[in-house]
Ligand binder design. Sequence first.
Ligand code: TRP
Length: 458
Amino acid sequence: MTKHNQWSSKLGFILAAAGSAIGLGAIWKLPYVAGTSGGGAFFLIYLLFTVFLGAPLLISEFIIGRSTQKEAISAYKSIAPNSSWHFVGILGVGTSIVLLSFYSVVGGWIVNYLLRSLTGSLSKLELVDYQQLFGTIISNPFQAIGAHLLFIILTVLIVQGGVQKGIERVSRFMMPSLFILFIILVTRSLTLEGAFEGVSFFLKPDFSAVSSETILFALGQAFFALSLGISTMVTYSSYLQKGESLPRSMFSVVGLTILISILAGLAIFPAVFALGFEPTEGPSLIFTVLPAVFNEMAFGTLFLVLFLALLLFATITSAISLLEIIVASLTKGSNDTRRKMAWTSGIIIFTLGIPSALSFGLLENSLIFGLTFFSLMDFLVSNIFLPLGALLIALFVGNKIPKEILYKEISQGSSVPYQLFKLWYFLIRYVTPVAIIFVFLHALGIFSFIKKMVLTFG
Ligand code: TRP
């Protein structure tokens, strides 16, 4: 058995954790789900969930990982031996497999778009052409499956070598570049004529548009964007030395994720309204809107290529974290079988992702519960399994680890005032579980059912 892997620097961990968090969730999924769920109100609820449930959960996953120095499944075993709690880790690994299977379909779209932008074939098109071109890309079975495969191969190639070296070196340059490019994009978008309508759609909450489903989606979105609920962050923090400050890492990851969410929204919605797109377009939203914004810029083609490359990078660093939790659990941290496990997982994930890749073409009309295979997988993962995993992790930390030990773990590497610790403890032990259960029950319509009963019989 080889020595347990470690991040080589403090920055390494933050970059990797932020790299896992920042990806399609904040940049692709948030705008399109916000667009179909009423805009500002959805975004506000997402922010509240991120701050009050996501942030405390992130610290919880960090504690489980760093204190045990073990991957997803063994970590729970070592804290609660002879119990069933390691099921939380198994659930996490299973969910990662499903998540990555459709995540890499979208990753494939980016690969495809990037290759096309390099040839200049994405520039100077009319609005309808972008929609048509994107429609062709995602509906063509060979292109969709081929790009999905390419994306998985890329991810496996990085993970098989161990994530630490690669991520740290590249992220240092790529992440800041992504932010800078976003700021350029936002500036252009905001100065388009008619941009204001988009800003107000995105930032002005209209609560009449909120349904119990909206709240459930916002909850799932908050966990998705922070990589929570399936022990990804447990795995990453197991490579962390004891001296790091967990609260500081948490603030960096949450802060950067919120920042990129806002930038993505401000890049997209003003342009949606100014250029005549529909906010309700769905998964294709950023792929049709953003090239059109670049079209309105000097050196637009160059910026578009750069942007797609950085978006691909952000997507890959998230995909890596998803594959890493699977591989780390299968190899139990040993490097001897890493390669084999990475490829085996890759093949399984690729196969499982094929129906998702075909969901925008051949299987467009094969609906299960009214959803395409892609949407069904996304719904199950984002809105059921992530919140369920988060609920279990909150219960685990709040009930299975003694309060004094938690305080010791949190303050190792940082000085946390006891009052602040108590606030965190309250959030994780009471607020998080109650809120998640409440949102679930609400979505199931339990409360309106009870109200109806009371009105009828009361
Ligand atoms: N957070 C990533 C994104 O927004 C996706 C992701 C990576 C993820 N690891 C995860 C989502 C773990 C949920 C759980 O693109």
